[in-house]
Design a protein around this ligand. Structure first.
Ligand code: HSE
Length: 329
């Protein structure tokens, strides 16, 4: 077994899942990030949470913390004992809004813990762990590999192919001012669906992947439609039905609920020239239902996690001082 490093810092991207028809299969990494710094503690395990997305949100600061639990799975798999950790975390990814905040935390914990002990686990092993923790591979796949990830998880193994997103693609997210848990949004789904709806989604999802792989951006509008989850979830997101109906007529290449929601996600052509119109449309549709919304223009992240091993002397600045210039707020 290799030596344990003094400390590591990782930056992991947010993600959007499904892209409409690719339920539990498609994920796209976005340039909005979570940072985790991890080192072995000489004393007790400590957690420092920073930023408005994490502070005061009731996140546990003991060993029941997700980051700690996931890190211990890595150590156990590698046969290494690191029972006490010092963890600092900052995130620009809003919690429980459909932008993969929990997946980014899981991937940050996996990559940080693995790097801390000299990276004995492969990316594939981390992907298997991440998929079995999250129970679907779309968000964790995108956060772990970057880019557009086409994947499945069959309950035993996850497989994926990473596709480089078309360089013309930009992403507008409209993040409503309320949270929706993935659990609640999955609970709204039926146990069984009609064969005709399944066939609809297979065709649309396949066409969407082909359109994204071949640069046929004009095909996204039709391909990015879904009958497996969005119709059941629209009751949970006031304004969603109108947005799905009208966004393509206001400049979107395609529109979908981002993951389990409530964020709405529009794909846009950077050369299309209708960005303001699209943003206004999304704001107005949520506004009609009295819902405040924050809109953000994002780009696909193609890099995936960035991992830095910290040397003993690198600890000159505080965690937040070292992130300065990179974080949004
Ligand atoms: N594919 C998952 C869902 C993503 O739609 O429930 C949840 O983040």
């Amino acid at each position: 077994m290799g030596k344990i490093n003094p400390g590591v810092r990782v930056r992991v991207p947010a993600s959007t899942a499904n892209l409409g028809p690719g339920f539990d299969s498609l994920g796209l990494a976005l340039d909005l990030y979570t940072w985790v710094e991890m080192s072995r503690s000489e004393g007790k395990t400590t957690f420092q949470l920073y930023g408005e997305e994490l502070e005061g949100k009731g996140i546990p600061l003991d060993k029941s913390n997700l980051i700690y639990q996931v890190a211990q799975q890595v150590f156990a798999r590698a046969g290494v004992e690191v029972p006490e950790l010092s963890v600092s975390m900052y995130s620009d990814i809003p919690l429980a809004r459909g932008l993969g905040s929990s997946a980014s935390a899981i991937v940050a914990a996996l990559t940080a813990a693995n790097a801390l002990i000299g990276s004995p686990l492969s990316d594939d092993e981390l992907f298997q762990l991440a998929s079995s923790i999250e129970k679907h591979p779309d968000n964790v796949g995108a956060s772990l590999f970057g880019g557009l990830v086409v994947a499945y998880w069959d309950g035993i193994r996850a497989e994926h192919i990473k596709v480089a997103p078309d360089e013309r693609l930009e992403v507008l997210v409209a993040v409503p001012d309320f949270q929706l848990s993935t659990e609640k949004a999955r609970h709204a789904l039926p146990k069984e669906v009609a064969m005709s709806d399944a066939v609809f989604n297979v065709g649309h999802s396949n066409l969407l992947v082909a359109a994204l792989c071949t640069g046929r951006l004009e095909m996204i509008r039709l391909a990015m439609t879904d009958k497996l989850h969005q119709p059941y979830r629209s009751a949970l997101v006031p304004g969603m039905a109108e947005i799905l109906e009208g966004a393509a007529d206001h400049g979107a290449l395609g529109i979908a609920l981002s993951g389990a929601g409530p964020t709405m996600l529009a794909l846009s052509d950077r050369d299309g020239g209708r960005k303001e119109e699209l943003e206004r449309f999304l704001r107005e549709m949520f506004g009609r239902h009295g819902i405040g919304v924050e809109t953000r223009w994002l780009k696909p992240d193609t890099e995936g996690p960035r991992v830095e091993v910290l040397t003993e002397t690198a600890g000159s600045g505080t965690f937040m001082q070292n992130l300065k210039g990179e974080i949004r707020t």
